[in-house]
Ligand binder design. Structure first.
Ligand SMILES: [Zn+2]
Ligand SMILES: [Zn+2]
Length: 303
């Protein structure tokens, strides 16, 4: 995708292609360790191919015969002067991907559907409305008249000096994981059992946890809060060094009794917490003010 506002990309570095390939490999390797027993078939990519949008893409797997492919792209994008990383499901027909978006919709409803109002110009797609940065990491469904369909997330961050962008790799793997776990015949999630207040209605608790388990949303939340507990302020990397890097949990703030089936989870409804504070929160009433209350408690009892 791109738009007429996109300035020419001045650098077309040779190493960009190698960088895309290294990134795609990392995403594939990350996914491989996490999605055993699901429909997902991961392939560690050996090459990147040139795309029609002035970039490169690599296939990292698929969802079985005739099902959508998993791809990682690095190409021109909507009004921004640099190439952007993109992780997507891709199919030559609409149906397989549209049915996937219906399954994952509670967690990862596409934020934008590309329509006929978005027009083609030459080989690029022109978005009638430029995508906001805040929409980058929420999935977008792109349906083209020839049937080609994409469902994926763009990366809002700039290129890093590191060999690959760790945040992008985490986001991409989390997105694919969310999608795969929403499909039928996926292995059940192995989540540690927590202790919940016995008076809570089971269905609500399950719904609450399901929202916290969206891997992509949880990662977005933790990146936003810099992996710092919003109750006690601990950041595991500061306390444990490298071992504690990226270690935190996401808690859903909306009161359990207000969780309807079709309410979309927004980033504002999630808060980063440490494992201890998270357990404590789940011993409380399940109300929106719980974090504030717990924070006050921690302050009071801290020596
Ligand atoms: Zn904490
Ligand atoms: Zn929670």
């Amino acid at each position: 995708m791109t738009s007429r506002k996109t300035p020419e990309i001045k650098t077309k570095r040779k190493q960009d292609r190698a960088w895309l390939l290294a990134t795609a490999k990392t995403v594939a390797e990350t996914l491989k360790t996490r999605t055993g027993g699901t429909k997902l078939r991961i392939r560690i990519p050996r090459r990147a191919t040139t795309t029609n949008t002035d970039g490169w893409s690599a296939i990292i797997g698929d969802l079985g015969n005739g099902h959508p492919r998993l791809e990682v792209w690095f190409d021109r994008f909507s009004g921004y002067p640099e190439r952007k990383l993109y992780a997507c499901l891709r199919s030559e027909e609409q149906q397989p991907i549209v049915s996937i978006t219906k399954r994952v919709s509670k967690k990862l409803l596409p934020v934008r559907i590309v329509t006929v109002d978005d027009t083609d110009e030459g080989k690029f797609l022109i978005l009638s409305k430029r995508l906001k940065r805040s929409e980058f990491s929420t999935p977008i469904l792109e349906k083209y008249p020839d049937g080609r369909t994409f469902y994926g997330i763009y990366d809002p961050t700039r290129e890093t000096a590191e060999r690959v962008s760790p945040h992008f790799c985490m986001r991409a793997a989390a997105f694919f994981e969310d999608v795969v776990l929403a499909l039928p015949h996926s292995a059940p999630e192995e989540e540690q059992r927590e202790v919940y207040p016995c008076f809570e209605n089971r269905k609500n608790v399950a719904s609450h946890l399901q929202r916290e388990r969206s891997k992509l949303l949880a990662i977005e939340c933790k990146i936003r809060d810099n992996y710092t507990c919003q109750v006690c302020d601990i950041r595991f990397e500061d306390a444990y060094g490298k071992l504690g890097r990226d270690f935190a949990e996401a808690h859903h703030l909306v009161p359990l009794h207000q969780l309807g089936e079709n309410v979309k989870t927004r980033m504002e409804d999630l808060a980063t917490v440490c494992a201890n504070c998270h357990r404590m929160l789940h011993r409380m009433n399940g109300k929106r003010g719980d974090i504030k209350k717990l924070k006050a408690l921690v302050g009071k009892h801290r020596p």
